[in-house]
Design a binder for this molecule. Structure first.
Ligand code: KG4
Ligand code: ZN
Length: 334
């Protein structure tokens, strides 16, 4: 069998990335140009600024990726690109680059949903085994997704308001941590004790999540303590928040295991980098004798590698887009 090389392009938020992956599992080369240092001055991603930087970076990133792999476009079988969801202006830059390459070099264009990319990041570790439960935890999504085969997604539940990563970033800001606060809050939590009492969100019988109430509770607690003249113990507040946020995900994961007879779990999205979540999921896997896969941290946050990996399986499924492919800020996982 001939090897298949997919060029993956990702530009949905503030990372411009290109990667070449062989047969959906082997990373050949990856370039990521991050804009974190620019956006942290504003406390979050400024969409217009992000788009402009994608324009500046995209050609260089793709060229460097090919150079690092010692390959040319002739060696590439297909081009996979994130078409959504994400920031519309940012998405458009990667999409136009992918469409141009597809047209000029006459290569198939593969549309990839950003969350499918996060899920397929796990195939860079080991092949996905079905049926599986994907725990999707990112800056824009918190979802439990059942998969019975490649590209067959059945959403069991999701957040009713904020995504978990968004909540981490907002709470981090209240604690005084710089954008992106999620990883910094995770680090701080490891130094503290869960001494602050916070409400456990949405303890119901669904597979849904809610994080806005938890975020408001942290903000109120911080303001009340300030008004009373009590300095906030930042590491303890971080530990208390992390405990409740992670417990809320874990309780719904356990419900799915018990009700859906789950034997394989994968964790996907930026918050999969969270140490507290990784440890909690490892304990769940042990308790229920589950096969657990969590990508290495470098594959958790946005990158072209996961798009190339997801693109490979989409390519094998016969998924193709034409040059009318448009970017979408929102789209159901498919
Ligand atoms: O998947 P991602 O790179 O972008 C989206 O598709 O949304 O996820 C970014 C999110 C941010 O909210 C970031 O703060 C969060 O993932 N994140 C973390 C950690 N690392 C990244 N949140 C908690 N703990 C971490 N270690
Ligand atoms: Zn992402």
């Amino acid at each position: 069998m001939n090897d298949t090389y997919i060029l993956g392009i990702e530009s949905s938020c503030d990372e411009t990335s290109a990667s070449i992956v062989k047969n959906g599992t082997e990373e050949i080369s990856t370039i990521i140009s991050s804009q974190i240092d620019i956006h942290k001055n504003y406390g979050g991603v400024v969409p217009e600024i992000a788009s402009r930087h994608h324009v500046k970076n995209i050609s260089i990133v793709i060229e460097e990726c090919l150079n690092e792999a010692n390959m040319t476009m002739d060696d590439i079988d297909a081009i996979a690109v994130t078409y959504g969801p994400g920031l519309i202006g940012s998405l458009l830059i990667g999409l136009e680059a992918a469409k141009t390459l597809s047209f000029v070099y006459n290569k198939p264009l593969i549309p990839v949903h950003h969350i499918a990319g996060h899920i397929y990041a796990n195939s860079l570790v080991k092949p996905l085994t079905f049926p599986l439960l994907a725990v999707v935890v990112s800056g824009g999504h918190t979802e439990l997704v059942e998969m019975t085969e490649h590209y067959k997604f059945n959403k069991l539940g999701g957040t009713l308001d904020d995504a978990i990563g968004e909540c981490y970033d907002k709470v981090a800001r209240v604690i005084g941590l710089e954008y992106p606060g999620g990883p910094k809050l995770d680090k701080l939590a490891a130094e503290g004790n869960k001494t602050y009492k916070l409400p456990i969100p949405l303890r119901d019988d669904s597979y849904n999540f809610s994080f806005s109430g938890l975020k408001s509770a942290v903000i109120n607690l911080a303001h009340n303590e300030e008004q009373r003249g009590n300095p906030i113990r930042r590491e303890d507040l971080a530990a208390s928040f992390q405990d409740v946020a992670i417990s809320s995900v874990v309780s719904k994961v356990k419900k799915a295991i018990e009700e859906k007879n789950i034997k394989n779990i994968i964790v996907a999205g930026g918050v999969a980098a969270n140490k507290g979540l990784r440890t909690a999921m490892e304990e769940v896997a042990k308790e229920y004798d589950i096969d657990l896969s969590i990508p290495p941290i470098k594959y958790c946050t946005d990158n072209g590698t996961m798009i190339a990996a997801a693109g490979y399986y989409a390519y094998k499924e016969g998924r193709r887009a034409d040059l009318y492919l448009n970017s979408k800020s929102q789209d159901t996982l498919k």
